[in-house]
Design a protein around this ligand. Structure first.
Ligand SMILES: [Zn+2]
Length: 229
């Protein structure tokens, strides 16, 4: 929508806070000041050996890893990600990507990232939802880090039922070998940032990282909107 139409729309239907429904001030985006200040920030970007990094130890070689928020069930972060995922609000992804991108640039631990690669959805799922909720987030990160964005390098080979399998090991086994890397040459000797919305067991990140780890000279870092402890 052109800016003037957005402004007019906002005048008649002022945007409300996603969490508490309070009407937003002009400078606020998606959350009111009070909900924004309650967000559980991790500060992982500037913290070497943070919980997220150590959770991958012995599973995949990770140079550095960060998440913007801790994920809490029924919390504000879950609401934000739900809006992004199911209510067609890709701008929330851009907003979070900008935020995390600034943190990562300031930390100096993520210098010289060459390529940003989002975790793909299966094609059928992406068609059904209309978009991949991680793309707008990955795009903002790539802009902040001055890196290239490659949306289609990884492909999910089958849709699976990972979310309905309760057992952690079952889920991890199912996720294995589900992702294919299309152009390995392009990633040789590159620092790649693999990006997802939420990291829970880390099984999806590991499944995506497995084909990447076979690429010669590739250095891998990870970033997500949220991390479940
Ligand atoms: Zn609020």
């Amino acid at each position: 929508m052109p800016n003037i139409l957005t402004d007019l729309f906002d005048l008649f239907f002022p945007p409300a806070c996603i969490n508490c429904s309070e009407l937003l001030q002009i400078k606020d985006k998606y959350l009111c000041f009070s909900c924004l200040s309650e967000l559980p920030l991790t500060h992982f970007s500037c913290q070497a050996e943070n919980e997220l990094e150590t959770s991958f130890r012995g599973r995949i070689p990770v140079h550095a890893a960060t998440s913007l928020f801790y994920f809490q069930k029924k919390g504000i972060v879950q609401k934000l990600i739900h809006e992004l995922k199911y209510h067609h609000q890709p701008k929330i992804g851009s907003f979070l990507g900008q935020w995390l991108g600034e943190e990562m640039v300031a930390s100096k631990r993520f210098e010289l990232i060459d390529i940003v690669v989002p975790v793909p959805l299966h094609r059928d799922k992406e068609r059904k939802r209309g978009y991949n909720q991680v793309h707008s987030f990955a795009k903002s990160l790539a802009i902040a880090l001055k890196a290239d964005l490659k949306l289609t390098l990884l492909e999910k080979s089958r849709s699976g039922q990972t979310q309905t399998l309760k057992n952690r090991e079952q889920r991890m086994m199912r996720e294995e070998q589900e992702y294919m890397l299309k152009d390995a040459m392009l990633l040789e000797n590159k620092h790649v940032l693999l990006v997802d919305d939420t990291i829970t067991t880390g099984a999806t990140m590991k499944a995506c990282a497995d084909p990447l780890c076979h690429v010669s000279g590739l250095k891998l870092s990870l970033a997500s909107m949220a991390f479940t402890v």
